[in-house]
Design a protein around this ligand. Structure first.
Ligand SMILES: C[S@@+](CC[C@H](N)C(=O)[O-])C[C@H]1O[C@@H](n2cnc3c(N)ncnc32)[C@H](O)[C@@H]1O
Length: 315
């Protein structure tokens, strides 16, 4: 997982303030403009401990009005109709009181400039994971080549489909232990007209590709430490446990991934995976122990180590 994985200490829901312009008859009779609703909601979100209060208010209002977010700025003084306010109120309530992430309220998130459908069955793809896509692309010398790629733990299909969009002749396999997640990934592939490009397989890590080798193995595995659970943001409780947690120190899946990857890489092939910055030393140790060389680190937008890569050159 990623995410701002950069998971900051969670803030409990404080439930500050009254309910969203409440829908009482007095409220329904009052005229609310776009700007007034944005101000009210931003304040309400802030009092409820939401860090991205203004941004979330804008995205949800634009969604309720079925317009582009930038259009809100043009429409600041425009009155919002009662039924539009009702739609908006329902979204605002779920965001503030249940701490449902905006991506799940909308059912969609952009990644690598592509639209991905998301639900409670998949991790919402995070911007940090684009570091992994960039790292993978940097290992492909010729974008026209028929490079064989495996994306382990594909979730919404974000990594596999982003790579497919950049590498027209790549052969891409995407696996996940979660069948509901694979269903969403397959729907995303169809929606992006890449259904024919990806082979989706269900199973535990390399088990569905037991006798196969690849030029690139990429993964954003679950890597949140169970030991950190109490301090996680409440939003994470809406994402699948299987996508987040991997043992007490978060390294259970990474250890297995590193130990087994050599049997599935062609000579000169690369293993690249995402991790939490404090896991990098252990991950590098495991990679050396497993016989990998040319170990390299990649950094996310916050300049934190987010991805490690290593080459498989058996002696
Ligand atoms: C952190 S999410 C990443 C999802 C997606 N690749 C992304 O970057 O947005 C990890 C994914 O790995 C899957 N997973 C967890 N354990 C697994 C295992 N042992 N074998 C295969 N997939 C697994 C989860 O179901 C989840 O979809």
């Amino acid at each position: 997982m990623s995410g701002g994985n950069a998971v900051s200490a969670g803030k409990a829901v404080s439930g500050g303030g009254t309910a969203v312009p409440s829908g009482t008859s007095a409220d329904r009779d009052r005229v609310w403009t776009v700007l007034e609703l944005l101000r009210w909601t931003t304040d309400y979100f802030e009092r409820n401990g939401i860090d991205t209060a203004r941004l979330d208010a804008e995205i949800l209002l634009a969604h309720a009005l079925e317009i582009d977010r930038l259009r809100l700025y043009v429409d600041y003084e425009k009155p919002v109709l009662a039924e539009e306010r009702d739609r908006f109120r329902a979204l605002v309530q779920r965001r503030a009181s249940e701490r449902v992430p905006v991506s799940l309220l909308l059912g969609e998130r952009e990644f690598w400039s592509l639209p991905f459908r998301v639900s409670g069955d998949v991790l919402t793809p995070r911007p940090d994971t684009e570091t992994l896509v960039e790292a993978a692309l940097s290992k492909v010398a010729d974008v026209e080549s028929e490079v064989r790629i495996l994306d382990l733990g594909t979730g919404s299909g974000a990594i596999a489909l982003s790579l497919a969009s950049e590498l027209p002749h790549a052969t891409i396999t995407a696996t996940d232990l979660s069948k509901p997640a694979l269903q969403i990934a397959a729907e995303n592939a169809d929606h992006l007209h890449m259904g024919e490009r990806i082979r989706f397989l269900a199973g535990d890590l390399f088990e569905p590709v037991a006798s196969e080798r690849f030029d690139l193995v990429v993964s954003n595995p679950p890597y949140v430490a169970r030991d950190d659970e109490a301090s996680l943001p409440p939003e994470l409780s809406h994402e699948p446990e299987m996508a987040l947690f991997a043992g007490a120190d978060g390294l259970d899946v990474i250890r297995r991934l590193v130990a087994e990857a050599g049997d599935h890489l062609s000579p000169g092939g690369w293993l690249l995976f995402e991790l939490s910055p404090e896991q990098i030393e252990t991950a590098e140790l495991e990679l050396r122990k497993a016989g990998f060389s040319e170990i390299e680190r990649r950094f996310d937008l916050a300049r934190l180590v987010r991805v490690v890569g290593a080459c498989w050159q058996p002696q």
